[in-house]
Design a binder for this molecule. Structure first.
Ligand code: ATP
Ligand code: MG
Length: 220
């Protein structure tokens, strides 16, 4: 994925002169204060918002190559957990091409990996905040994307559940995917990230994890 000198925003520019790339296996943590434009950056990469300037080059398959866990989750609330996770599997394995056994396998293994298999038949609207987040993550994992955009997917989870989710996501990384995750918590950055993109003063600052640790160390 390549960002070529892009500017992001809506009617006004939130951040500009953003050039960066993501290699397979990398995990980018996007940091910055509330309202700075982290979700807007993710939505711009996802193609849901046009960049004001510049180009986003995805280099992933059109069908299913790009996974997205939105900050607001975007689940079908009246439908079951299974139905929602199956939407992910269907994104990369369309019904029209058969493959129902493979979809079932992917859905079930995502539900087990996220430790929500006992909620399989529940309507999503009955779930807790952390359970909802895990359903959205399971949906993305069942898709097996090459690039996963994850907007605060570790929020509302206790430490043990964060570990469960991270283990599940590591399987995706082992398969050669990369992740861009928006995060507020330094301890979660340390668990997964290989680079940090900090949005500050309308610019994107790109750090290796070592450079980032040095910066954090100097500030303390
Ligand atoms: N569709 C939209 N049209 C116009 N402005 C928007 C739209 N969506 C978001 N904004 C504005 O863009 C700014 C950045 O929002 P964004 O959601 O990207 O912030 P964020 O960094 O993700 O914040 P948070 O950490 O609170 O999630 C905010 O001022 C917000 O009100
Ligand atoms: Mg946001």
């Amino acid at each position: 994925m390549v960002l070529e000198d892009i500017s992001i925003g809506y009617n006004t520019v939130l951040a500009s002169e953003i050039s960066a790339r993501v290699h397979p296996g990398e995990v980018i943590a996007v940091l910055g204060p509330s309202g700075i434009g982290k979700t807007t950056l993710i939505r711009t990469i996802a193609g849901l918002v046009e960049p004001i300037d510049g180009d986003v080059e995805l280099n992933v398959e059109k069908r299913g190559g790009l996974g997205y866990i939105p900050q607001k989750l975007g689940l079908v609330r009246h439908a079951s957990v299974y139905h929602n996770v199956n939407l992910g599997a269907r994104a990369s394995l369309p019904v029209i091409k058969g493959g129902s056994e493979e979809r079932k396998k992917r859905v079930n293994s995502a539900l087990v990996a996220l430790n929500i298999e006992e909620k399989t038949t529940e309507p999503v609207r009955r779930l807790s905040g952390g359970q909802l987040r895990r359903v959205a993550t399971a949906r993305a994992l069942a898709q097996r994307p090459k690039l996963l955009l994850a907007d605060e997917f570790l929020s509302e989870l206790d430490h043990n559940t964060v570990d469960v989710v991270i283990d599940a996501v590591k399987e995706l990384l082992d398969a050669g995917a990369s992740i861009i995750m928006v995060e507020h918590h330094e301890e979660n950055v340390e668990l997964l990230a290989t680079r940090v993109w900090l949005i500050e003063g309308e610019k994107l600052l790109d750090y290796s994890i070592e450079e980032w640790r040095n910066r954090v160390g100097e500030e303390e």
